[in-house]
Design a protein around this ligand. Structure first.
Ligand code: DLL
Length: 436
């Protein structure tokens, strides 16, 4: 069994102790936001929720939500609660349109971030014996630097490779004896694909752990990655708005992500009514930071979908867990009245060895109705000339999708390697609705 970085916090036998820490820090956070950020003062005054009214954790529900547009409206530094001289670092999200989402960190925020990650990578099994290759981008994206400092704190030997240059990634993995790979699941998949193409023997690699985060990973995708790398694959979660990676991460039991509860309060709400849901019920993840000084975040609506698991884990940790993210409220497609998440389609596709794990969902609108075309790559391109076999494969994949979603979809089996590979987050949904 792997060790535990901060036993006092992670294995606290009495959850009430954690709740007491949370309450004390929440009071401080609300006060700090109220006194230093005009946006929060206005919002809290509007509902009469002045800081002195926070008496219990239950009072959290009276605090208004913060949403992504609030960050955009206050771009770039309008939500900072510290003067710039106290802000040591700035990160930003990799948004494709408009202005990025900006996050600031004081020295103490950076220290807490490092510890948050140290706990997560320790839970995943990493120790000072490991050689960790970070294949997330180093830059404004929080993934590279975030994971780097936490891994360094546990004493791992760092290989700050950054993303891209896949051949070199593979060379270093072999030459340096990398034991821990840090990447998005889709980039890890791409790396594994190139390793297969190069016909490199498994004995050239010493990989033990894959810490793959920043985007969703179905259980089927995890199983494929574990098989290809011969390593334990875990995921960890976070977002720029509240810290970056470091909110939660899986241990070796892979049954939900341990939340850094002394740094974040995670609530699950009904995305339509805003009502807080009981443990176990699926809804939108809402996060409140408890230690962020530069940019406190009160009840941030993440749009990610998950649920909370309060039971202690077999690893010995007692902190509440967040089930792996099941999708995003804005990822959900409604096709002929059926709710469809790309992850559901991914689960089906990965069950067929004849197709690769690369896929795209093309969404179009015709006669006011949305429809999707699922494009999947064949592993063996010669199948495209064997019509009977091709048709048969197409039929069974469509049937399987139908049995999972209750929906008939258009399916296109495409040439191998015809879907663009990414070194960061994969683009699974191509939305053509505006144009058609
Ligand atoms: O992706 C932070 C991060 C970096 C997390 C590295 C883990 C590892 P953003 O770029 O702001 O930050 O994107 C945040 O990515 O709201 C989720 O929708 C998605 N996401 C992040 N981690 C996971 C995960 C980073 N483990 C957005 N599983 C979030 C599923 C994830 N989705």
């Amino acid at each position: 069994m792997s060790s535990i970085w901060d036993k006092e916090i992670e294995c606290c036998a009495d959850h009430k102790k954690i709740e007491a820490i949370q309450l004390e820090r929440l009071k401080h956070m609300v006060e700090k936001a109220y006194n230093n950020v005009p946006f929060y003062k206005k919002k809290l005054d509007e509902v009469g929720m002045t800081p002195d009214k926070v008496k219990s954790l239950d009072d959290l529900k009276h605090i208004p939500f913060t949403v992504k547009d609030d960050l955009r409206d206050n771009y770039p530094f309008g939500l900072f609660a510290e003067p710039m001289k106290n802000v040591s670092r700035i990160h930003a999200s990799s948004g494709t349109t408009g202005k990025p989402v900006v996050a600031g960190y004081t020295k103490s925020d950076l220290e807490n971030w490092t510890n948050a990650i140290a706990r997560i990578v320790t839970a995943a099994g990493v120790t000072d014996e490991d050689i960790a290759q970070v294949s997330f981008g180093y830059g404004l994206f929080t993934g590279g630097f975030g994971l780097h400092y936490g891994l360094e704190r546990v004493g791992a030997t760092m290989v700050p490779m950054s993303s891209g240059n896949t051949q070199k990634q593979i060379m270093l993995m072999q030459d340096f004896g990398t034991t821990t790979l840090i990447a998005t699941p889709s980039y890890a998949m791409y790396i594994s694909e190139v390793i297969e193409e190069m016909e490199l023997p498994k004995s050239n690699f010493r990989l033990k752990y894959g810490l793959f985060g920043a985007e969703g990973m179905s259980e089927e995708m995890r199983a494929t990655l574990e098989k290809r790398f011969g390593a334990l694959v875990t995921t960890n979660y976070g977002l720029t708005e509240v810290i970056g990676p470091g909110v939660s991460g899986e241990c070796e039991y892979k049954c939900g992500q341990h939340i850094n509860e002394d740094m974040f309060i995670v609530e699950i709400i009904d995305p339509n009514t805003g009502e807080v849901l009981p443990y176990g019920e699926k809804g939108e993840v809402v996060i409140t930071t408890l230690t962020k000084e530069a940019m406190p975040m009160l009840r941030y609506r993440t749009r990610d979908i998950s649920y909370l698991i309060p039971e202690p884990c077999s690893c010995g940790r007692t902190n509440y867990r967040l089930a792996n993210i099941q999708g995003r409220t804005d990822d959900m497609l409604i096709i002929k009245g059926v709710n469809v998440f790309p992850s559901q389609i991914e689960s089906v596709i990965l069950g067929f060895p004849q197709v690769s794990p690369n896929y795209q969902l093309i969404v179009r609108r015709k006669n006011m109705m949305d429809n999707i075309e699922v494009v999947v790559e064949l592993v063996d391109g010669s199948l495209l000339e064997r019509f009977a076999e091709l048709e048969q494969l197409e039929r069974v994949i469509k049937e399987r999708i139908h049995s999972v979603l209750g929906l008939d979809v258009k399916l296109r089996l495409a040439e191998p390697k015809s879907i663009e590979r990414t070194t960061g987050k994969a683009k699974r949904v191509v939305d053509l609705r505006e144009k058609s």
